[in-house]
Design a protein around this ligand. Structure first.
Ligand code: 5GP
Ligand code: ZN
Length: 115
């Protein structure tokens, strides 16, 4: 498995460092953002390391990420009220952590550019 020793999300996704998990399967893990911007703010990450959406992500992994985002929304009870899925790729998007992740946001009216 392509896990990077110096990557925080590799460590969390593979339980080298534990976090507050909401969902997990063979390919991805979902855990709460440490600086939540909404009542629900969960990050969905692949267990293998990809820098962003432009890093040769296999279709099966991309599908697993979206599936997990929906599972998170269901588990959080926000499918009816609504939720947002965001992935920042690269500098213009303000990507801060260089391991592909989806933000799942909900639980309040989302009005900002990002959240
Ligand atoms: P980006 O700007 O890269 O799309 O978002 C990175 C997100 O990761 C931010 O919302 C930040 O709060 C979150 N984050 C960064 N480091 C950690 C961490 O060690 N644990 C958790 N749970 N979230 C993190
Ligand atoms: Zn990584």
């Amino acid at each position: 498995m392509a896990v990077h020793d110096d990557c925080i999300f590799c460590k969390i996704a593979n339980h080298v460092i534990e976090s507050d998990y909401v969902y997990e399967d063979d390919l991805v893990a979902a855990f709460r953002d440490m600086s939540p911007l909404a009542p629900t703010h969960v990050l969905v990450v692949p267990k293998d390391h990809y820098a962003d959406l432009d890093d040769g992500v296999p279709a099966q992994t991309a599908a697993a990420l979206l599936h997990a985002a929906e599972e998170v929304a269901k588990a959080e009870g926000i499918t009816k009220s609504g939720f947002r899925v965001v992935s920042n790729s690269g500098a213009d998007a303000g990507q801060a952590v260089g391991h592909l992740h989806l933000h799942v946001l909900g639980g309040r009216r989302l009005t900002d550019d990002f959240a």
